[in-house]
Design a protein around this ligand. Sequence first.
Ligand code: NAD
Length: 499
Amino acid sequence: MTNSKFEFSARDYDFVEYVQAQNWIGGEWTPSASGNSEEVLNPRHGEVMGSVVFSNKSDLQSAFEAAKNAQPGWAERPIRERAEVLYKLKSLMEENLDELSWLLSHENGKTFPEAKAEVLKGIECVEMGASLQNMADGGQLDVSRGVNCRVIHEPIGVVAGVTPFNFPTMVPLWMIPQALVAGNSFIMKPSERTPYGAMKLAELLQEAGLPDGVFNIVNGGKEAVEAITDHEGIKAVAFVGSTPVAKIVYERGSKTGKKMVCLGGAKNHLVVVPDADLELTSSNVIASFTGCAGQRCMAAAVLLAVGDTQHIIDAVAEGSAQIEPGTGIGPIITDESYERIMGFIDQAEADGADVIVDGRGAKVEGAGGRWIGPTILDNVKPGHPCATEEIFGPVLTIVRVDTLEEALEIENASPYGNAAAIYTTNGGIAERAINRFEAGMCGVNIGVPVPREPFAFGGWNDSKFGHGDMTGWDGFTFWTRPRKVTSKWALQSDQTWMS
Ligand code: NAD
C-alpha cells in the first residue's frame, strides 16, 4: 500500500470529511500565497467534504520555477527510465484502485462502478504512456546518396493542463503520461469542484519515483488558469472543459505563442433507423444518456429517430424509467447545474414536448444532493434549445424525422462536433452516416464512441480549438517538438583512430 499522507478511508457512500487540497510544488503540499480557498462539496450528500486553495500568479510562478529547475534533469534521462515511472504508477493505481475510486465517487458524485471504470480507463492511459518507449523511435530514411534524415521527438519544456469536474482522474491522465514520458515537466490545474483525483495522482507519482518538481499542481479557478495562459515560460497547454471557456483559453494562450489544444463541450447525436437491433440499440442508448448522470462530453444528447422506430423508443423509455437514482444514477454536481437542467426540461414541456420519462422530483433516502432521474423529451422540434444546446444532464431529446438525409442535416447543423453515432444492421447505411457526420468521433452501434488507446481523442468544430488531439500517439506528438536532422558524412578512406 501507499504511504499516502492523505489516505481516503471511505469504502461506501456514507459521508466523510476530507482535507484541504493545497498546491503540490516541488514535491510538497504548499499553501497558496493568496490565502484564498473555497469549499468542495460531496454532491451525493450536498455537504462540504473539504476545501481547495485558490491560487494566484505568485503560486503559479512558484510552480513554474520548480518545474523549470526539474525539467532538464528529467529530460536527460533516457525515455526507458522515464517510462519506468509510469509502469510503477500503473501498479500503484491498481493497488489503490478502491481508494482512488471511492474518493472519485465522493468528490464527483458518480456511482462507485462508474468511478472504478473511470480509474481503470485512466490506468489504460498510463499504460499507453509506459509503452511509448517502444513506439517513440521517430523515423529515418536515406533521402539521397549518402544523405540521411531522421526525426527526434524532443520535449517542449514546462507545459500545463487544465481539467473539468466530470472526470477528475481520467482527464488529467489524458495528458500527464505522454507529457512526462516525452521529458517535459508539468503543471496541472484541476477543476476547483473536484481537486482530489489529481492530488492522489501527485502522491502516487512521487511514490513511483518521479523526481520532485517534474509534476506540480496549482489549484483554483480562472485566476490560476489566466496565470498559466499568460506565462511566457509555459510552452504548451492542454485544456478540457466547456466550449466558451475552451475558446477563451485557446485565444489567450495563443497570444503568448503556446502550442494549444482545447477540448470543449458537445451535443452528440445518435441516429436510429428502423432496421437497428432492438436490444443492442436500446440498452446502448440508455447507457449513453444516463451514464455519469449525463455529465460527460460523450453522452447521447439528441436521438434522431428515423421513420418507424417507435418500438426502439418504447424500449429506451421502459429501460431508463427503471434506473434507480442513488445506485443506478448519481447526483448532479451543483445547485447551479441542477437549475440549468431543470430549466431545459420545463422549457421543453412548456413548448409542447412530450416528457415520456420524467426524472424531475427524484430523491434518494438519506442523501441531500441534487437528483434528476433519466428524462426523455419526445417530439422536440429541431431548432429548440433542448435539441441544440448542451444540457449536461441525464436528458435525451428525441427529434423525429422521415429520412436519414434529414437526420444527417440536423446533425451537420450543430455547431459542436464531438461525437455522433448511427444504429443500424446495414453496413451501407452505417458507412453513409459516418462519412457525413460533422463529428470527430463516430460510432456504429456504440453510443459513447471513445477511441481507446492508442487512438487519439478529440472532436471537431466548437468541440475543439487548436491543433492535434489528446491521448494515444497524437498526445505524444502534441507534447513534443520534432527535431529533423539531415546528415551527410564524407566516406573515410584513410585510417582513423577508430580503425
Ligand atoms: P468549465 O469550462 O466550467 O471548467 C473547466 C476548467 O476551466 C476548470 O478547471 C475551471 O477552473 C476553468 N475555468 C472556468 N472558467 C474559466 C475562465 N473564465 N477562464 C479560465 N478558466 C476557467 O467546465 P466544467 O463545468 O468543469 O466541465 C464540463 C464541461 O466540460 C462540459 O461542457 C463538457 O462537455 C466539457 N468536457 C469536454 C470534454 C471533451 O473531451 N471535449 C471532456 C470532459 C468535459
